[in-house]
Design a protein around this ligand. Structure first.
Ligand SMILES: NC(=O)C1=CN([C@@H]2O[C@H](COP(=O)(O)OP(=O)(O)OC[C@H]3O[C@@H](n4cnc5c(N)ncnc54)[C@H](O)[C@@H]3O)[C@@H](O)[C@H]2O)C=CC1
Ligand SMILES: CC(=O)C(=O)O
Ligand SMILES: [Mg+2]
Length: 579
């Protein structure tokens, strides 16, 4: 197929943009019936006249159903108690591959129930077993070994020409599960599903990619069913040259699309972001999205405690891409909103890695991303987390280590000695990698902690009270950051846009939710409304900070963004508005 020469007009409302392009693509396929094109398929929802006109008679069961009927059947299948969540994930992938609108109808209307199946924690297990469970590609597999030098041509094989949002991983650090090679595409697919379901990107304009740079996990390479290149990972110049070619190809082919980097291991993630962030519309969700989402919970948590932001002390357990991303985000937020210097703001941060508290006495052995956050004030070297907590008396303990349940009762007790209502955030994914369970956090703190996990945790009963754990996951911001940037026609995603996302998300929690339920984050059931708020705040920040290429600012950013969201049908829109 030839690349499209048409330039997408992102300011047209979603529904007007898409169908024509899709139908053109199908025409190019010849006489393939429309029911075999997932984003145009309506299944039993095709009317009598459509069936006659499109030559579908006999290709479908005779009954004519609404999208609601179809979604009800799908939910009945998924609610079969004999199924595991991995099997549910498989069913959903199959629907995604055959009837896109139905997939999104079910996901949007049952987001709280289905997000843990489409996304963390189940997507972690799905990625681990991708080779065995694989049925449909669902995205692009671009190989740095066999496609180098022609990435642009390969990208051109994607059937939908107006791509707006791309999630790319190299599979090198999938959630906290390490190198999963090509199997990591599951995380790109899961995030794209949420870009569509949470904020309303059009499914046709959304593209998940795995960039296969090899895999350093021998057992995967030797697995007879492994789907990727059976090569060790490219490193050094070869690796970065492949990244450069890929980014240039994306920019050439879809100049207005946003490229989101996902789950690149830390040593590469920062370098790629620094090289690309001013060259194209892109961001790294683990560094910047996580930064915004945790900053938002931190803002609300300090408000609950009555701690001035500049007086807060935060201990990070883990000092990889996500933890350093969050620390930088908190520093930027304080600097931009509290009128203190970045150096003063950095004094709030204490980072711990597998060797202990990070201080400047560790000198040159520290990689660049850790050096910036090293303590330089003569704090003694300490390795033990309990000792560090006793010394620092933090207002918040944030886990991004993927180390699993290593926070013990004495650590939580030490935390509670220093602060009445400490934030306890075990944010590593999936659930088995979390630093503490919600149950242990509430019981060891005697119900005093304010808890948020990276993956969802069930409510906990303690001492006659029911505690509802929050979820601090970048899913609350990446859809809105991406959509806001595209709606503003931003040329880059700058710090102001992340600060706006953090503030917009913090504002989405009402005073009653904060004080009454100790809730720092909105409920996932409100994800669509929250993402709209975040998108509007981000788009406005893009305009205010001078990176929007719109000719004029809309009078009402929220209405402007809302009008351009894609919905599977009118009923889903109404049910989200009343959720
Ligand atoms: N909740 C959310 O939205 C997000 C969660 N994450 C999670 O964060 C985790 C880490 O991701 P990255 O920062 O990219 O990984 P990374 O592997 O670069 O960083 C891990 C860090 O933890 C430290 N560490 C490991 N074991 C430790 C131990 N026993 N004690 C102290 N420090 C230890 C390492 O030294 C390293 O600094 C993953 O599980 C990922 O799923 C990442 C992004 C978003
Ligand atoms: C949520 C996410 O991006 C991660 O765990 O890597
Ligand atoms: Mg990630």
């Amino acid at each position: 197929m030839k690349p499209s020469s048409s330039v997408m007009d992102v300011t047209k409302p979603g529904d007007e943009r898409s169908r024509g392009e899709g139908i053109k693509a199908v025409e190019e396929l010849g006489s393939m019936p429309i029911i075999y094109t997932p984003w145009l398929n309506k299944g039993t929802n095709f009317s009598e006249s459509e069936r006659r006109e499109k030559h579908l008679d006999g290709l479908l069961p005779p009954v004519i159903e609404t999208l609601d009927d179809q979604a009800a059947r799908l939910m009945t299948q998924l609610r079969n108690e004999d199924l595991t969540n991995l099997q549910r994930n498989n069913i959903l992938k199959q629907i995604m591959a055959t009837h896109t609108t139905l997939f999104y109808k079910a996901l949007i209307e049952n987001i709280e129930e289905l997000a843990p199946i489409v996304y963390t924690p189940t997507i972690g297990e799905a990625c681990q077993r991708w080779s065995t469970l694989f049925r449909e590609p669902l995205g692009m597999y671009i190989s740095a070994f066999r496609h180098r030098g022609r990435f642009d041509e390969v990208l051109g094989n994607w059937p939908n020409k107006n791509v707006q949002i791309i999630v790319v991983t190299d599979g090198s650090r999938i959630l906290g599960l390490g190198d999963l090679g090509t199997n990591g595409i599951g995380i790109s697919i899961g995030k794209i599903a949420l870009y569509v379901a949470a904020v309303g990107f059009h499914p046709e304009h959304s593209l998940p990619i795995v960039l296969d740079m090899g895999c350093n996990r021998k057992e995967l390479r030797e697995d007879g069913l492994y789907l990727g290149e059976r090569r060790e990972r490219l490193e050094g110049e070869e690796y970065y040259a492949a990244i450069d070619e890929f980014c240039a190809a994306v920019k050439r082919r879809w100049p207005h699309a946003l490229l989101q980097f996902e789950d690149f291991e830390t040593s590469k993630a920062f370098k790629i972001l620094e090289a690309q962030r001013s060259a194209m519309l892109c961001f790294n969700d683990d560094i910047q999205g996580t930064g915004a989402v945790v900053t938002s919970g931190f803002i609300n948590g300090m408000k609950y405690q009555g701690t001035r932001l500049r007086d807060a002390r935060v201990v990070f357990y883990g000092a990889g891409s996500s933890a350093v991303g969050v620390a930088k985000s908190i520093v930027t937020y304080m600097h931009k909103t509290e009128g203190i210097s970045e150096e003063e703001a950095r004094a709030c941060i204490y980072m711990v890695d597998s060797k202990g508290l990070i201080t400047d006495t560790r000198g040159d052995e520290l990689p660049e991303h850790k050096q910036e956050m090293a303590r330089r004030d003569g704090v003694p070297d300490m390795k033990d987390l309990r000792e560090i907590v006793e010394y620092v008396k933090p207002h918040a303990l944030i886990g991004l280590s993927a180390a699993g349940p290593v926070w013990t009762e004495p650590i939580v007790q030490a935390l509670c000695q220093g602060t009445e209502s400490p934030l306890v955030f075990p944010l590593s994914n999936p659930t088995p990698k979390a630093e503490i369970s919600a149950e242990n956090a509430y019981s060891w703190s005697k119900g005093r902690c304010i808890f948020a996990g990276g993956s969802p945790f069930k409510p906990v009963k303690y001492d006659g009270q029911t505690f509802v754990p929050g979820q601090a996951n970048n899913v609350f911001v990446f859809p809105g950051i991406g959509f806001g940037a595209i709606m503003a026609k931003a040329s880059s995603v700058n710090d102001e846009m992340f600060v706006a996302a953090a503030a917009g998300l913090a504002d989405a929690v009402s005073e009653a939710e904060l004080r009454g339920d100790k809730r720092l984050y909105p409920q996932i059931s409100n994800l669509r409304q929250v993402s709209l708020d975040v998108a509007a705040a981000v788009a406005k920040a893009a305009w205010d900070s001078g990176v929007s290429q719109l000719k004029e600012a809309p009078a009402d950013w929220r209405a402007y963004v809302e009008e351009r969201q894609w919905w599977p049908d009118h009923a889903s829109k109404q049910s989200a508005a009343t959720a």
